[in-house]
Design a protein around this ligand. Structure first.
Ligand SMILES: [Zn+2]
Length: 270
């Protein structure tokens, strides 16, 4: 009998702990602010911290940050020693978070693979969610195009608009590795639809790319053997029109890895 009573009591305590009510707001979701000396008659209330925490969790899950980048923080990006050259880019990222949404200009992060641009983009997203409660969505460019293409398949239940709606509407979109798919007419149209829709709706877009920010070979009149020796630029990959649209939407941040500097040199001295 005694044992049973203890067991029941233990169970009761456990249940109580699980449904512990927030001590700040007693479960109402609102907390009272300290009375202001000026308007001491009116009690002012604000969203309780427990509500903000819940919202942070929801927003982080909705941002679809890929597993391998989940740990990335702005503060965890190394900027000393060998990585000194990353300091200005990290500064630009922090400035962006600080200034948003007063300044809604996006970012175009340019740098070679492995230089830390995806880390920066994810760090920005997490910081915006935690400190400002802003809805963000992360998409790998290749993955997004693949999902749109899959939606044309009759056996797939999702429609093109199901995939695109959050891409069009989320307050901040990260498009990682822009240009990483060999361009076709369809890809140009799709990129143009996404960027133009967000531009028209004045929504902020953060782009990462490892293509040099230059006009297409066609626009520069580069042909023949010279063309085959020339690395593709952003203009080649997404079209000159979309490249200039990007410049209207974003501030360019070049991340100077050592490899990247070499590439710039060889591009200017063919
Ligand atoms: Zn609370």
């Amino acid at each position: 009998m005694e044992l049973r009573r203890i067991a029941e009591e233990t169970e009761l305590t456990l249940t109580k702990t699980q449904i512990e009510v927030c001590p700040l707001c007693a479960g109402t979701g609102w907390k009272t602010l300290p009375a202001s000396p000026v308007q001491n008659k009116d009690r002012r209330v604000t969203r309780c911290d427990c509500q903000l925490q819940a919202r942070t969790g929801t927003l982080l899950a909705a941002a679809h940050i890929p597993r391998r980048y989940e740990h990335c923080e702005l503060t965890s990006l190394a900027i000393d020693g060998l990585y000194r050259s990353l300091a200005p880019a990290r500064m630009a990222a922090s400035k962006f978070v600080e200034g948003y949404p007063v300044d809604k200009t996006g970012l175009l992060l340019i740098g070679t693979i492995g230089v830390g641009k995806t880390h920066l983009a994810v760090g920005i997203v997490k910081e915006l969610i935690r400190s400002k409660g802003i809805a963000c969505l992360f998409y790998d460019y290749r993955e997004l195009l693949k999902q749109i293409q899959n939606s044309y398949n009759d056996s797939v239940k999702t429609t093109e608009l199901d995939v695109l709606r959050p891409v069009f509407e989320t307050e901040i979109l990260v498009l990682d590795e822009l240009g990483a798919v060999k361009p076709t007419e369809w890809i140009w149209d799709t990129v143009s639809l996404i960027l133009s829709t967000r531009y028209n709706d004045k929504l902020t877009t953060i782009i990462t790319t490892n293509f040099l920010d230059g006009p297409s070979a066609k626009a520069e009149g580069v042909e023949g053997p010279k063309r085959s020796n020339r690395d593709d630029t952003l203009g080649d990959r997404i079209g000159d029109r979309m490249r200039s649209r990007l410049h209207e939407m974003c501030r360019v941040v070049t991340i100077e890895g050592t490899d990247f500097r070499q590439k710039v040199k060889s591009a200017s001295f063919p």
